[in-house]
Design a binder for this molecule. Structure first.
Ligand SMILES: Nc1nc2c(ncn2[C@@H]2O[C@H](COP(=O)(O)OP(=O)(O)OP(=O)(O)O)[C@@H](O)[C@H]2O)c(=O)[nH]1
Ligand SMILES: [Mg+2]
Length: 375
């Protein structure tokens, strides 16, 4: 899938950088261009991407400090300038735009839905979002912001792939190291999904010299399968697991099925998301050991587990000793994790409102939006 990435806010810029770097290192060439947008000048300085500073007239390059209404306003005010910057990067070969944002802050949280709406008015290609949910321990402003942003982003983008920061947390690292590691893991997973529809440059990935082998290496997954899986809109997630492959394709029937079970049951970007409207299973590995029968078994298992009749499956040849199962789930609004998150956001909103009312009885707080009607 040939895509343009637009990272909004600090998390958006950093994750877009990780995605672009991974795509480049693997030689996938799915990421055709990437740009970072922020209201905080300092956070744009260290990024290796082209950058656009928004809201300068309002916040003078200092960020919006978690105020996602202000984040939405400055995005709207500077939309024309940003769209002008983006238009030179989207051409007839571009198959989708991905807006990447942390939903708990201000600039990405407020700005991403506005940007999605503006892009959809202009372009016919899907405008997807990768939305990062704040961890449980991140404080109520983050939860409230993310609840509201999730609702508007779901409405404006063609689909929102959710990444839950709690799903990747590892102990013993500083916050900064932790985030870098999380971004790399996300980039590995989403990078493979984006690459799965890109058969063009596989010989460079595989290092094959012989044309017969290159022919075998043609992926049966293409971009349209990703788009179809996300067609129902709403929320999406990605599951991922890797295992050592056997040299014997027959042994790999079991390896593919058990790796796929792991990907869906313990390796999703949003834990406990397994029921879905549609799914796509991509099994990556060396073509000479990949088992077609294994992929078919695993695909049927995904069908039963997700309770979806629309489960597609295919292989993606890579030069690796491992077999990797990647499961894209489309339409996961009913998953327990989403419901738990929306409850957490609603609870945080109640607390915030109560606090505001004690401070200033006539305060409006966060009463404008109802979170409950998302699902
Ligand atoms: N996965 C991941 N999450 C991040 C990263 N940086 C921040 N976050 C999360 O993103 C949310 C905060 O969003 P930011 O991107 O920092 O906020 P912003 O959009 O820059 O908004 P303001 O700073 O308020 O203008 C929090 O939930 C963080 O946990 C990152 O590099 N990776
Ligand atoms: Mg910021």
């Amino acid at each position: 899938m040939k895509i343009v990435l637009i990272g909004v806010g600090q998390a958006g810029g950093k994750l877009s950088t990780a995605l672009a770097r991974h795509d480049d290192a693997m030689g996938f060439r799915a990421v055709r261009d990437a740009i970072a947008v922020n209201s905080a000048n300092a956070d744009l300085q260290d990024l290796p991407l082209d950058t656009v500073l928004i809201g300068q007239a309002r916040v003078n390059g200092h960020g919006v400090g978690g105020d996602n209404e202000l984040g939405a306003e400055i995005m709207q005010e500077d939309a024309l300038e940003l769209l002008d910057e983006v238009s030179g990067r989207i051409d007839s070969a571009t198959e989708a735009v991905f807006i990447v944002a942390g939903l708990g802050g201000g600039t990405g949280s407020g700005g991403a839905p506005v940007l999605a709406k503006e892009l959809k008015r202009i372009y016919d290609i899907p405008i997807y979002a990768i939305g990062i949910l704040p961890g449980r321990d991140e404080g109520s402003l983050y939860q409230v912001n993310a609840g509201r942003s999730l609702k508007t982003l779901t409405r404006e983008a063609n689909s929102v792939i959710l990444v839950d920061n709690d799903a990747w947390r590892s102990t013993g690292n500083s916050m900064e190291e932790g985030m870098t590691a999380i971004n790399e893991r996300i980039a590995e997973r989403l990078g493979l999904l984006l690459a799965a529809g890109e058969p063009v440059e596989q010989d460079s990935v595989l290092g094959f010299s012989d044309s017969a082998e290159r022919e075998i290496a043609q992926s049966v997954v293409d971009t349209s399968e990703v788009i179809k899986t996300l067609r129902s809109g709403g929320l999406a997630a990605v599951g991922y697991a890797a295992s050592q492959a056997s040299e014997d394709p027959d042994d790999n029937i079991n390896v593919v099925t058990s790796t796929t079970r792991q990907a869906l049951l313990t390796g999703t970007s949003l834990p406990q998301a397994s029921e879905a409207d549609a799914a796509l299973l991509v099994v990556a590995g060396r073509p000479d050991v990949l088992s077609g029968k294994g992929i078919e078994h695993a695909r049927s298992w995904v069908e039963a587990e997700t309770k979806s009749m629309a489960v597609r499956g295919g292989d993606f040849p890579i030069d690796s000793d491992e077999l990797i199962s990647l499961v894209l789930l489309g339409g996961i609004e009913r998953s327990p994790r989403v419901e738990a998150f929306m409850e957490r956001a609603a609870e945080a909103k109640r607390e915030t409102t109560e606090r505001e009312q004690t401070k200033e009885p006539a305060g409006e707080g966060f009463q404008k939006d109802e979170l409950e009607d998302l699902c």
